[in-house]
Design a protein around this ligand. Structure first.
Ligand code: C6P
Length: 398
């Protein structure tokens, strides 16, 4: 099995001896992404939407064409529906603040026990500000969202349902379309946290039938510091801005201000335009490979890894073996995940251990920490073999 991409397209793999199995945390970057950003700084650098000289027009054009590329990547109706934020966390905070300010005390927000803290804490903060109720969809024993009691939890009081598309701990891919239908039946807004999905599978916002989608650039070969909030235009148009200041205004007087049009209403201050342009290059790179190919390739890697890991005695993989993305969390009896990570590090193998910013989920697993291996397009079977060999020698040491 050959990789989908040549590892040499990623400078870090030339510079460091690495078995990198932590892409769910952040991905490595291909040279084309680094070049795109260097090119801006070296040839076209000027602030966007302000500078009326050629350099400014060039950087603005690059910034706006990146918005266009990202809109096409997720099949948005228009690039106006793409808001550049600093990442998935910022996108969800924007929504919790802006939609949240329209909610009343008896209203309910529904999330699940599977969420990343980025899709829990902003809603808890909203509870403190407004007194709304925060409710949780439970999980089944095999780590899937349990919809058997959905009619008790998704009711006329539910104003927002906000769920992760793919769990960063269990890898579970949630039935977003099914939940979208339940959400629509009560007229609630449906937010999808796509931080772990957009990078690994085709995500089409029309097909998912959600209202908002949040994701991060750095997990999909792009740079840090940039992420996306996609939303249906009419909904975005009806929201109040989150951050305020330069460029998000239409007119400012000493007494009051009016807002710029969507998406600029939500992009206060100088945006991370160089990073946004880098993200455009990442999206081009991924589109050339094809997200269906990315998904199928990772399915093969994940099945291979599950099979190999399952053959190790006393190693317990969390979550359901079916319908999962390229994230595998596990625990080994009598070996703390932190010790395991340190031993793997000796072999230059990078995995993540800990609660993965999903403490409520870890509680349902009865764990305080798991080891997590996650894969991307630059991994291959030999990376998994190295992981398995290193785990086996760690076990024999203990
Ligand atoms: N999960 C992980 O190792 P940011 O940090 O804003 O780019 O993404 C937040 C986020 C939101 N939702 C999900 C499902 C996520 O997995 C993450 C980030 C990383 O699992 C870092 S904690």
């Amino acid at each position: 099995m050959s990789t989908l991409v040549n590892k040499s397209e990623f400078p870090i793999f030339k510079n460091r001896k690495l078995t990198y199995l932590d892409s769910a945390s952040t991905s490595q970057k291909p040279k084309v992404v680094l070049d795109a950003m260097r090119n801006v700084y070296e040839n076209s650098n000027a602030n966007v939407h302000r500078a009326l000289y050629d350099l400014g027009s060039e950087s603005t054009e690059l910034y706006e064409s990146s918005r266009e590329l990202i809109a096409n990547f997720i099949n948005a109706n228009s690039s106006k529906e793409i808001i550049f934020t600093s990442g998935a966390t910022a996108s969800i905070n924007l929504l919790a603040y802006s939609i949240g300010s329209q909610l009343k005390e008896d209203d309910e927000v529904l999330i699940s026990h599977m969420e990343h803290h980025a899709n829990i804490v902003p809603w808890q903060q909203l509870v403190k500000r407004t007194g709304i109720k925060l409710k949780y969809l439970p999980l089944t024993g095999s780590g899937e969202i349990d919809l058997s009691k959905s009619s008790e939890l998704i009711t006329a009081k539910t104003k927002i349902v906000s769920l992760t598309h793919m769990s960063n701990v269990l890898g579970t891919i949630n039935p977003i379309k099914e939940i979208a239908k339940l959400t629509k039946m009560v007229g609630a807004i449906f937010i999808v946290d796509g931080a772990q999905s957009v990078s690994h599978m085709p995500v089409n916002v029309q097909d998912l039938e959600c209202d908002f989608l949040a994701f991060s650039g750095h997990k999909m070969l792009g740079p840090t510091g940039v992420g996306i909030l996609w939303g249906k235009f009419e909904l975005l148009n009806n929201l109040d801005p989150f951050l305020s200041g330069g460029e998000m205004i239409e007119k400012v007087t000493l007494e009051e201000s009016t807002w710029n049009e969507v998406p600029y209403k939500f992009e206060a201050g100088t945006p991370n335009y160089v990073q946004a342009i880098g993200l455009g290059a990442a999206v081009k790179f991924l589109s050339k490979i094809g997200m269906e190919n990315v998904h199928n390739y990772e399915k093969e890697l994940t099945s291979y890894a599950i099979e190999k890991l399952q053959s190790i005695p006393n190693l317990n993989i969390h979550g359901s073996p079916k319908n999962r993305g390229s994230v595998i969390s596990f625990n080994i009896e009598k070996i703390h995940p932190q010790d395991l990570a340190q031993f793997l590090n000796e072999d230059n193998i990078c995995i993540r251990v800990g609660h993965h910013c999903a403490q409520p989920l870890l509680e349902t697993l009865n764990e305080t920490s798991t080891a997590r291996a996650s894969f991307y397009i630059y991994n291959d079977f030999s990376d998994i073999d190295k992981l398995v060999d290193s785990i086996k020698s760690t076990i024999s040491y203990f």
